[in-house]
Structure formats: structure tokens, C-alpha cells
Design a protein around this ligand. Sequence first.
Ligand SMILES: O=P(O)(O)OC[C@H]1O[C@H](OP(=O)(O)OP(=O)(O)O)[C@H](O)[C@@H]1O
Ligand code: HPA
Ligand SMILES: [Mg+2]
Length: 180
Amino acid sequence: MNLPKGIESILIDKETIESKVTELANIIDNNYKDIETPLVVIGLLKGSFIFMSDLVKQMQTPLQVDFMIASSYGDSMENTEVSIIKDIETHISGRHVLIVEDIIDTGITLTKIENILSNRNPKSMKICTLLNKPSRRTSEVNIDFNGFDIDDHFVGGMGLDYAQKYRNLPYIGVVKNEKL
Ligand SMILES: O=P(O)(O)OC[C@H]1O[C@H](OP(=O)(O)OP(=O)(O)O)[C@H](O)[C@@H]1O
Ligand code: HPA
Ligand SMILES: [Mg+2]
């Protein structure tokens, strides 16, 4: 397969991702099978847009969706300061909340989002991520539903970008590090 310029290899292919998303949707449905009010699924944009839509299409749990826009990487490969550009519109007090991320890397973004949302007293709050990079963690995060643990590569595709590129790739690819 011809890879885009800037992508050196495929780390996780499309088929492997698709079966993982189905598996996660089943596990999550099972977790919320006795839920009494619709689950509030909150996607952190932009990165989560593909994973979250693939995931909710496979889920049977009654749910509603909302989005927050948080940005910390900008055009770089390092986390700078997390800024919240858009908040959710849903009142989550007393509601079951599932936060959906594309990747948890240092954990800084999610820690900030968890602090903001837990202050609003949800009935429960769980975390689902497609990718997890445990070796880079500086801020502890408890992940409830995890797709794949990956090594310390900067990756793109399935919503993830480097300088806004590669989000539409249907696989997870390793981004070439031009500084090497
Ligand atoms: O665990 P961390 O080190 O905080 O990194 C993870 C966050 O970084 C990325 O977002 P980014 O700031 O690139 O915004 P984007 O979703 O618009 O790409 C990614 O989508 C996560 O939200
Ligand atoms: O590896 C990554 N790729 C894209 N965005 C990211 N944000 C944190 N880590 C990454
Ligand atoms: Mg990004």
C-alpha cells in the first residue's frame, strides 16, 4: 500500500481496529446493561471524531452524545498547555458519563477534563480510549475501556493528527520524526 508522505509504517491496520471497536462496544454495552437513564457519551475533539462515531454505531445502550474541544498539541509533538475551546451543552449532574478519547499519552489532557467534569457531579464517569501510550504518562489516568497499548511513537490516522494532517487515514500510522 502507498503510504502518505510523512507516514513511515502502519502500526495498526483497519481490520484490527474494526474488530477492536466491535469488542469495545460489546464490553461497554455489558457494563451499562442496567442503566436507568441514557448514557452521556462525551467525545474530545478533534481527535475522537472517527473512533467515537464508529463506537456508538456498534453500541446498543441508550445514549446521547456531546462534545468538548480541547487542544494541547497544536502543530507539535509535545503537549503544551491544555485549552478548552468548547464545553459540552448537556447537564451531567446525576448522569452516567463516558468520555471518549483517541489517545491518552501524557494523561495531561484527560486529567484536566476529568477534573472539570467531576466537579459537575455525574453519577458515574468512565474513560474509553482507542490508544494508550503508558510509557509517556506524567499524569495518572484510570482507563476503563482501552483499545490498544502502543509504544512511544507519534501516530496519526483514525482522527489523530500531526499538524492537522492524517486524521482521515483508516489505520494508525507512525509519523516520521523529521528531527531524527
Ligand atoms: O495525554 P495527552 O498527552 O494530553 O495527549 C492526548 C491528547 O492529545 C491529542 O489532542 P490534541 O491536543 O492534539 O488536539 P486534537 O484532538 O484536536 O488533535 C489527543 O487527541 C488527546 O486529546
Ligand atoms: O501520538 C500522538 N499522535 C497524535 N496526537 C497525539 N496526542 C498525543 N499523542 C499523540
Ligand atoms: Mg492533535
